[in-house]
Design a binder for this molecule. Structure first.
Ligand code: GUN
Ligand code: ZN
Length: 437
C-alpha cells in the first residue's frame, strides 16, 4: 500500500540558516504564506502555492501559522507536580519540593500515568521533540520511552544518576557502582535507537554524583555510538561554590564533567549561567551545547545567562522550559522570557534568533537537523498549526504589525499554548484543540 499523501495549507515559517541575533530582516528566514505543505507517510516531501491534485488529501488551515514542532532541550517529566513552588532557590527547591515529587515515581503505575500526562502535555504545548530527565527509577525511564514510542516522538532521555547528597531512597547504591551501570546498559539495549528514541547518560549534576559514579557515566557514554549526555551546570551561585568545595582539583564546575569524559558534541548542559570564558572555549572545542532555560532562571532567581558571550564563543544554544523549575511548557512563553532575560543582560534578541533556537538551531545542536527542526523536504513531518492571535489584544497587535518580524515577535510575546490548533508527529495528527473539528 502506498503511503498516505496529505497536503496541509497555511503560512509556512521555518529557517534555512542561522539568523544573526539582532537581524530583523534575515535571509535565514523562509516564509511561504498560503502554501501547501506536502507530506507522504511520515515525511515532508515539498511545498507549493498551487493546490495539489486529487491524489492528496487536503487539510486547509489558510490564515494560520505553520511551524516545525518545537524542540524542548531540557525538561523534567516527573516535575509537573512542582511547577510554581514558592519561595526557594535551587538547592532548597530540590530538597523541599523536587526530591519528594520524584520519589513518587518509585511506583511504576504512577510513573506510567505521569509519563503519559507529560508527553500529552508536551504535544498540547507544541513541542514534538524533547531532551528529558525522568527520575532515578528504571520504571520511570521505561514509562517515558514507551509513551514516546507510542506517540512516534523523537525523544532523548536516560536514567538519572545520583549516589549522594539526595534522599537515600533516590540514590543509586554508592557501594555498588556496577549496579547502576548494569541498569543503564540494560536500558540502553532496550531503548537506544528504537523508533525515534535515543539514550542520554544523565548524571543529575556534579553534587549528587561521586567521582566513581561520574567515571562510570563517562564509561557508559563511550560504550556505544550515538549516546547523548545531559546534565546541569553552573546554574546557581551557591551550587557553584558547593561544587568547588566538593571537587577541589577541578578548575571549574564544567571541568568536573570534562575530567570524566562527559563532554562531546552530544552533551546538553542546562543553564551555564556562571561559566567563564575558559569554560566557554572548552565547550566550543568539545562541541558541547547549552540549553538556555530563562523561565526557570527567573523563577528560581538563578541569574542572567550570557547569550552573546556564549554565542560569540561558538557554542550552540537552544531554548528549554526546564519544567518544573520553569513555570510553563509553552515555548512561546519560554522565548518571551528569553527575550526579557537577554534584555536585562544587555542583548536584544530578534524573534528569529529566539525561534531558531527552539527549532532548527536546537536540531543542529543535537545533530538531528536532517530529521527535525524545519519544514524542509526529507525531514520528518513534525509540525504545529497555530493561530496568529488568540485574544482581541493579540488580534489588534497583529493587524497593526508593519512587517513579518513584528508579527512573529508579537506572536511570541502575546501568545501561549492556547494558540495551538493542531500538533502533527511523523505525519500523524496527535493533538487537536478542543472544539476544533
Ligand atoms: N540541578 C539539579 N537538579 C535540578 C533540577 O531538577 N532542576 C534544575 N533547574 N536544576 C537542577
Ligand atoms: Zn533541569
Amino acid at each position: 500500500m502506498s503511503a498516505a499523501r496529505i497536503a496541509l495549507r497555511g503560512d509556512l515559517l521555518d529557517f534555512v540558516a542561522a539568523p544573526a541575533r539582532a537581524d530583523r530582516d534575515s535571509p535565514a528566514v523562509r516564509f511561504r504564506p498560503g502554501h501547501w505543505l506536502l507530506i507522504e507517510g511520515n515525511t515532508i516531501v515539498g511545498a507549493q502555492l498551487a493546490g495539489p491534485d486529487v491524489t492528496w488529501r487536503r487539510i486547509d488551515h489558510a490564515g494560520k501559522l505553520v511551524l516545525p514542532g518545537f524542540i524542548d532541550t531540557h525538561v523534567h517529566s516527573a516535575q509537573l507536580d512542582v511547577i510554581g513552588s514558592w519561595g526557594a532557590q535551587l538547592l532548597d527547591w530540590l530538597e523541599t519540593y523536587t526530591f519528594p515529587a520524584e520519589h513518587r515515581m518509585v511506583d511504576p503505575v504512577l510513573a506510567q500515568q505521569g509519563s503519559r500526562l507529560f508527553l500529552d502535555a508536551l504535544l498540547a504545548h507544541g513541542s514534538t521533540s524533547a531532551v528529558v530527565f525522568p527520575t532515578v527509577h528504571k520504571a520511570s525511564v521505561d514509562a517515558l520511552f514507551e509513551g514516546a514510542l507510542e506517540r512516534g516522538m523523537r525523544l532523548i532521555a536516560g536514567k538519572v544518576l545520583m549516589d549522594r547528597h539526595a534522599p537515600k531512597t533516590l540514590c543509586d547504591d554508592i557501594d555498588d557502582v556496577d549496579g547502576a551501570e548494569r541498569d543503564c546498559h540494560e536500558l540502553i539495549e532496550r531503548w537506544h535507537g528504537r523508533g525515534r528514541l535515543a539514550y542520554a547518560v544523565t548524571p543529575r549534576f556534579a553534587p549528587t554524583s561521586s567521582d566513581a559514579q561520574l567515571a562510570m557515566a563517562g564509561r557508559l557514554l563511550a560504550s556505544r555510538d550515538g549516546l547523548y549526555m545531559q546534565t546541569h551546570v553552573a546554574e546557581n551561585p551557591d551550587e557553584v561554590r558547593w561544587v568547588a568545595e566538593l571537587f577541589p582539583k577541578a578548575r571549574s564546575y564544567l571541568d568536573v564533567y570534562e575530567r570524566h569524559g562527559l563532554l562531546n558534541q552530544r552533551s546538553v548542559l542546562a543553564h551555564g549561567i556562571w561559566l567563564d570564558a575558559a569554560d566557554r572555549a572548552r565547550l566550543h572545542t568539545l562541541g558541547a551545547q547549552i540549553a538556555f532555560c530563562p523561565s526557570s532562571n527567573l523563577f528560581l532567581g538563578s541569574g542572567l545567562f550570557g547569550w552573546a558571550a556564549t554565542e560569540d564563543a561558538g557554542v550552540g544554544i537552544s531554548l528549554a522550559s526546564d519544567v518544573g523549575g520553569g513555570t510553563s511548557l509553552s515555548m512561546q512563553r519560554t522565548l518571551a522570557d528569553g527575550y526579557k532575560v537577554q534584555a536585562l543582560a544587555g542583548t536584544k534578541l530578534s524573534a528569529w534568533a529566539l525561534l531558531h533556537a527552539a527549532t532548527r538551531g536546537a536540531a543542529q545542536a543535537l545533530g538531528l537537523s536532517h530529521e527535525i527542526g524545519s519544514l524542509e523536504g526529507g525531514t520528518v513531518a513534525d509540525l504545529c498549526v497555530w493561530d496568529w492571535a488568540g485574544s482581541a489584544v493579540a488580534r489588534r497587535r497583529q493587524q497593526v504589525a508593519r512587517d513579518l518580524h513584528e508579527k512573529v515577535f508579537a506572536w511570541i510575546t502575546l501568545g501561549d499554548e492556547r494558540d495551538l490548533v493542531e500538533t502533527w508527529v511523523a505525519g500523524v495528527r496527535r493533538h487537536r484543540r478542543d472544539g476544533v473539528r
